[in-house]
Design a protein around this ligand. Structure first.
Ligand code: GLU
Length: 429
């Protein structure tokens, strides 16, 4: 990544800034200090309960054998089974999975659902792997983790480059080992295999709900709201289509292979069709191409980073003109950028609040699987709205009461809830 540094920084500084585990620690430390947590509790809260590395042999389609490395980190089980996605990407690291696992603990606590936090990842490049190869990787990874995951232990879900099909393979592999169908071992499954209505759009819908709350807070009308979205996938794509339905204008969409701009608004529902037929968002009729970085700095009301970590950093945070930042991705803002955004008065809806809609409907899916009774979409969306709106209000109120920014408030709320659970349970010796 090329950085346009605001202040000259050394490579080592940048590496530290971009290390997601250090980013998670920086936020953790600030919240823990403000809560006055003692050193012992800080250690317990910060340290992941279990970290597993698996090296999985897989036969490729051409007959060659390859070994892929995968991780599963259970950060905390204090409030319930570990919960969190599995990502497939060439740049997965244990530090990243660790950070993401801890973010899941805080996220589940912010929205007050009875889960701890976990995350998994496999170092592989899905772009160059066939469906059959991905299936073999997924099944072998699942088999290696058979005693670690489970409806009462650790419940994976989709994340970057994994989807409903991946979850179906995990569910099937786990069920084959257990000699009985166990749908509640994963969430984000296909609808007719124990999935929940509303799950595919849930993260995007959650982003919409918190954005609507922020607009209300600032007396802004959806019809006058201009949105820039980065990532047109499961989160950004779904969120922007839902936002457009409320009258918001999506003025720019940024993807890995290009970005498009139209100050009068891009018809994102039509853009989805365009991408389906051409394979790219670029060249969408009525839009003009724009530099992928410059698009992040457009004058807009809402910036929705919904792709990867470290998009807004100390080198570019001063260029962000958005009034509201809705973090659809996990960790899109570095800890150093937090300060700059705060000075600039950007209203930040942190990832552990803004993108919690996905895990919230995952919780609904897990409940439905365990009951064997499935809800209609209205019920799912209504309950999601209630949780997202209440969580938004909790965080904003907490921030105002304690004179801290929204991110610190969300962390404080979460740490306090997890620490409370640990104290109540006591330490088993
Ligand atoms: N991967 C999503 C997240 O980061 C969903 C996790 C889940 O549903 O368990 O929140």
């Amino acid at each position: 990544m090329i950085l346009e540094a605001a202040n000259p920084t050394t490579q080592a500084d940048l590496e530290r800034e971009f290390n997601p585990w250090l980013a998670a620690e920086a936020r953790f430390n600030e919240a823990a200090a403000r809560l006055g947590l003692d050193d012992g509790m800080r250690k317990v809260l910060r340290t992941p309960g279990m970290e597993i590395t698996v090296n999985i042999p897989v036969q490729l389609d051409d007959g060659r054998l390859e070994v892929f490395t995968g991780y599963r980190v259970q950060h905390s089980l204090a409030r319930g089974p570990a919960k969190g996605g599995i990502r497939f990407a060439p740049d997965v690291t244990l530090d990243e999975v660790r950070a993401l696992a801890s973010w899941m603990t805080w996220k589940c606590a912010v929205v007050n659902i009875p889960f701890g936090g976990g995350k998994g990842g496999v170092i592989c490049d899905p772009m160059v792997l066939s469906q059959n190869e991905l299936e073999r990787i997924t099944r072998r990874y699942t088999a290696e983790l058979i005693d670690v995951i489970g409806p009462e232990r650790d419940v994976p879900a989709p994340d970057i480059n994994t989807n409903e099909q991946t979850m179906a393979w995990i569910m099937d592999t786990y069920s084959m080992h257990k000699r009985t169908t166990v749908t509640a071992v994963v969430t984000g499954k296909p609808l007719n295999l124990g999935g929940s209505r509303g799950r595919p759009e849930a993260t995007g819908r959650g982003c919409l709900f918190v954005t609507l709350q922020a607009l209300r807070k600032f007396h802004m009308e959806p019809a006058q709201t201009r949105v820039v979205v980065q990532g047109f996938g499961n989160v950004g794509g779904k969120a922007s289509i839902l936002m457009q339905k409320t009258g918001m204008k999506i003025i720019a969409v940024i993807e890995w292979d290009g970005a498009i701009y139209n100050p009068h608004g891009i018809d994102v529902a039509a853009l989805e069709q365009h991408r389906k037929s051409t394979g790219s968002i670029t060249g969408f009729p009525g839009s003009e191409p724009i530099d992928r970085q410059e698009a992040l700095y457009l004058d807009c009301d809402v910036l929705l980073p919904a792709a990867k970590e470290n998009v807004i950093h100390s080198g570019n945070a001063h260029k962000v003109k958005a009034k509201i930042l809705c973090e659809g991705a996990n960790g899109p803002t570095t800890a150093a950028a937090d300060r700059i955004l705060e000075e600039r008065g950007v209203f930040v809806m942190p990832d552990i609040l803004a993108n919690a809609g996905g895990v919230t409907v995952s919780y609904f899916e897990w409940v439905q699987d365990r009951q064997g009774y499935f809800w209609n979409e209205q019920l799912v969306n209504g309950r999601l709205e209630e949780i997202m709106v209440n969580s938004f209000k909790d965080v904003v109120k907490y921030a105002e009461q304690h004179g801290v920014n929204n991110r610190t408030a969300a962390y404080m709320l979460a740490l306090d809830r997890v620490a409370f659970a640990i104290k109540l349970r006591g330490i088993y010796a």
